[in-house]
Ligand binder design. Structure first.
Ligand SMILES: [Cu+2]
Length: 146
């Protein structure tokens, strides 16, 4: 008579653990909803040009592949009606630092030249306290420099 309730308690604890730990695990993996890698072509003038669409809460495309040592020109187009976003790429080692606000419905062009090969996170750090940041809601991607 004692075994059944214990087993139930054990199982429900497992279910509770999975339910509470599960989302954290998904959040901590890089780019859980990473789209197909997009290799940005080098134009005749040597510039790597692409357009990235910003929505709530995503970048499309969100996995950009570029070559080191050549300028990258990104046209950032917001398709939101209310919510402002930004576009941040930071290399902790300091080789790359991009931070650009993109207001609702606006288009902004940015240019930078990555010098160091590697994979660098792209993200939006806007947040409406106390809600999670846009990055936490999936607004992230990666810049792969080859
Ligand atoms: Cu955002």
């Amino acid at each position: 008579m004692q075994k059944a309730p214990r087993r139930w308690l054990y199982l429900s604890t497992i279910v509770w653990l999975l339910a509470s730990v599960g989302p954290t695990i998904v959040d901590s993996t890089e780019a859980s909803e990473s789209g197909p890698p997009t290799t940005i072509p080098v134009a005749a003038d040597g510039v790597q040009r692409a357009t990235v669409t910003l929505d709530s809460y995503s970048y499309t495309p969100n996995h950009l592949i570029v070559e080191a040592g050549k300028p990258v020109e990104l046209t950032l187009t917001s398709v939101t009606t209310m919510i402002p976003h930004n576009f941040i790429i930071k290399d902790p080692a300091g080789s790359l630092s991009v931070e650009q606000d993109v207001s609702a419905g606006k288009t902004v062009t940015i240019t930078f030249t990555p010098t160091q090969p590697g994979i660098f996170p792209i993200y939006c750090d806007k947040r409406l306290w106390p809600l999670p940041s846009h990055r936490d809601k999936g607004m992230e991607g990666k810049l792969e420099v080859r």
